[in-house]
Design a protein around this ligand. Structure first.
Ligand code: FAD
Length: 409
């Protein structure tokens, strides 16, 4: 069993192979020098100095030795030889496989403008990149973030908490356009503004200025933002090059069926790199979330060993910023009807209903307790393919648990 990509999904897959009773060889190969780890703290606690990169490890170092997992860090796979079932490392060494998992993750997109390669211009995906960015975030430093998505806004919150001043440039007319409904984005933007974050919406970056180190970011309306550091946070591109070179089907990710198997029965994919047929929605989706990596790594591992499990979960993700949390379950952005519900304490939820009234997504923002309760119930309703009454959903006096039971009856 071989796994390319010793990140979150790859690490969990290696462990799951042993949990499922596989006693033959397991090789886990990763380009990074760090052992498999979780990334969410990299824009939060690690950036703020409350955790180290080492604290993010999925398992202690001796875990791999104890479970006889051949972990090869700092090693890049350059090719897959499907006909002979071997993978080729960048040092030309060959590793044979019976089944192969591609858990290669995704690469931060760069900005194609003059000055994008200046010192002080950062992207954020790895422990090392988090450390480099953290070194810039000294009290009083000015940070400009290009991209008002989840990671950009998490970094904005962390930087404000570190005493920096922060500007966010967003091409859309609102933040979080790709991941959360407008009412959630409004709440988030207001909390950032109240904390002092400056937003430049509907704007693009035309150039990044500086001698050797960045000193300003120029926008398309002529605005110039003086800055000490820039974070480019404009999304990621799935790493599909290995699959592509091996002639595997690639769409917006490495294409698999609902069991995470590619068109080659011996090759599977999981995590951010994988676009899979979602059994609940009936069309292919690619997810970029902790929960997806957490679930798909082990699921792919069990299927590599002959199981035939389909990906069961309703997509779920969270983001922590300042003292509030955002959670999203399902697929927002495709609703015909949007229902807003005020939760107790300072929290709101938004339910997305399809044209036929089926609940397809729930999102909430605010203190974690109210958010988690509501999203969990919404997630169960999505799983059960519910058609809740929009008025009942909107009314704070409706008990959601009762509504869910009613739906099931
Ligand atoms: C800063 C940050 C904050 C986040 N916060 C949240 C959050 O709050 N909530 C949430 O739900 N999600 C969050 N995420 C998303 C979540 O961390 C990812 O979805 C998850 O890490 C994906 O796991 P993966 O295994 O698919 O990819 P990765 O963890 O990126 O692992 C892929 C690995 O493959 C390696 N690799 C690629 N190609 C090769 C090759 N050819 N040879 C060898 N190795 C290779 C890479 O080096 C990498 O180590 C965050 C992500 C980031 C970057």
């Amino acid at each position: 069993m071989a796994i390319v990509g010793a990140g979150h999904a790859g690490g969990r897959a290696a462990s799951a192979l042993r949990d499922a009773g596989w006693s033959g060889p397991v090789t886990l190969i990763g380009a990074e020098v760090h052992t498999p780890h979780e990334r969410p703290p990299l824009s939060k606690e690690v950036l703020r100095g409350a955790k180290t990169g080492g604290d993010c490890a999925l398992y202690p170092d001796d875990f791999y030795r104890d479970r006889d997992i051949n972990l090869m860090t700092g090693t890049t796979v350059s090719n897959i030889r499907r006909s002979t079932r071997e993978i080729e490392l960048s040092n030309e060494r060959l590793v044979p496989f019976e089944k192969l998992l591609l858990a290669t993750g995704a690469e931060p997109r760069r900005l194609d403008v003059p000055g994008a390669d200046l010192d002080g211009v950062h992207v954020l995906r790895t422990i090392d990149q988090s450390r480099e960015l953290a070194a810039r975030l000294t009290p009083g430093a000015r940070l400009t973030i290009v991209g008002g998505g989840l990671i950009g806004l998490e970094v904005a919150a962390s930087a404000m908490q570190l005493g920096c001043s922060v500007s966010v440039v967003e091409v859309d007319e609102r933040v979080l356009a790709r991941v959360a409904p407008a009412a959630i984005a409004e709440y988030v933007a207001k909390r950032h503004q109240d904390a002092g974050v400056a937003f430049h919406l509907n704007r693009t970056v035309t150039a990044i200025a500086g001698e050797q180190t960045v000193s300003a970011v120029h926008l398309d309306d002529g605005t110039s933002i003086e800055t000490d550091a820039v974070l480019i946070s404009i999304g990621v591109t799935p790493r599909v090059d290995l699959a592509q070179r091996a002639d595997l089907a690639v769409a917006n990710g490495i294409a698999t069926d609902a069991t995470l198997r590619t068109e080659d029965p011996n090759i599977f994919a999981a995590g951010d790199a994988c676009v899979f047929m979602h059994p609940l929605f009936g069309f292919p989706i690619r997810l970029e979330s902790w929960k997806n990596a957490e679930d798909q790594g082990p699921l792919a591992a069990r299927n590599m060993l002959g199981a035939d499990e389909r990906y069961p979960s309703v997509p779920w993700m969270w983001s922590d910023q300042f003292d509030f949390t955002i959670q999203v379950a399902g697929l927002p952005g495709q609703a015909k009807t949007i229902v807003k519900r005020q939760l107790d304490s300072d929290a709101i939820a938004v339910f997305d209903l399809a044209g036929d009234g089926q609940l397809i997504a729930v999102s909430a923002v605010g203190p974690v307790g109210a958010v988690a309760r509501t999203v969990r119930l919404g997630q169960m309703m999505i799983e059960r393919r519910s058609y809740p009454d929009p008025e009942a959903l909107a009314s704070p006096s409706t008990n959601l648990k009762a509504l869910m039971r009613q739906q099931a009856a």
